[in-house]
Structure formats: C-alpha cells, structure tokens
Design a protein around this ligand. Structure first.
Ligand code: FES
Length: 131
C-alpha cells in the first residue's frame, strides 16, 4: 500500500508502509535493529495488555555518540513516558517522540521516530521514499 501525503505540498513526499518483521520476531522490552533503505532503525515492543503492547520505531543512531546502539539500550519509563537509555552515555529518550528527556548536561538532541502499524502479525513502518 502506498500513501501519498497531501499535507505537504513542496516537495512532494511519497510515503509507504514498509514491512519490517513479524511481531513474533520482537522480544518484549528488548530492542531489535532493522535496516530500511540503508537507514538503521531500533524497534521496541513493550509490555501491554496480553503482551501485545505498543511497538515503537526510533533511529538506531545515538545522536550523542554517533554509534548505532539504541537498539541495545535499556527500556524504562519516566512519568508516563516509555523510554530507552542509550548504552553509550546513558541519555534517556522518549520512545514516542524521540525527545531526549535526560541530556546529562549535553545539548538537546533527539531520535528520529517513525509511525508503526501492525497488520496480521506483521510490523510495518511508515517510510518516506527517497527520490
Ligand atoms: S552497545 Fe555496543 S557494546 Fe554495548
């Protein structure tokens, strides 16, 4: 399925739902790295009702260390925010928005995030085609 965004007029961006893996490939509270168009993503399946909890897709690239390590981060919470802490310098990011909740004294940097959908047991990420 291809969705063409009409919200953004210039430049025209083509969005599509890209299948990444099966939900069964994910382990609750453990990140998994995925590769789309040469871009590394980190997928997180959280605990939820019936353990089919929400799934988040964020950049695997840690903006503080420049290393692709976010999928190895530690999952947690801050207030009501589901979070991941970078395994490098321990900055904490909101998995929903990618915002850094604890910069540990550094400048503000965030993770890129992508919408996730689950259909028939498969995980899809809403991806902007590069043209
Ligand atoms: S994240 Fe690479 S060794 Fe820990």
């Amino acid at each position: 399925m291809t969705i063409v965004s009409t919200a953004e007029k210039r430049p025209t961006r083509t969005w599509e739902w890209v299948r990444v893996c099966a939900v069964a490939d994910l382990e609750p509270e453990r990140g998994r790295a995925a590769l789309i168009d040469g871009v590394q993503l980190a997928l997180f399946l959280l605990h939820g009702p019936d353990d089919g909890g929400p799934i988040f897709a964020v950049s695997n690239l840690d903006p503080y260390s420049g290393a692709n390590v976010i999928s190895r981060g530690i999952v947690g919470t801050r207030a009501d925010a589901p979070t991941v802490a970078s395994p490098m310098y321990k900055q904490v990011f909101d998995l929903r928005t990618g915002a850094c909740l604890d910069t540990l004294g550094k400048d503000e940097r965030s993770l890129e995030t992508w919408p996730v959908a689950v259909r028939a047991g498969d995980v899809f990420v809403r991806w902007a085609a590069r043209s």
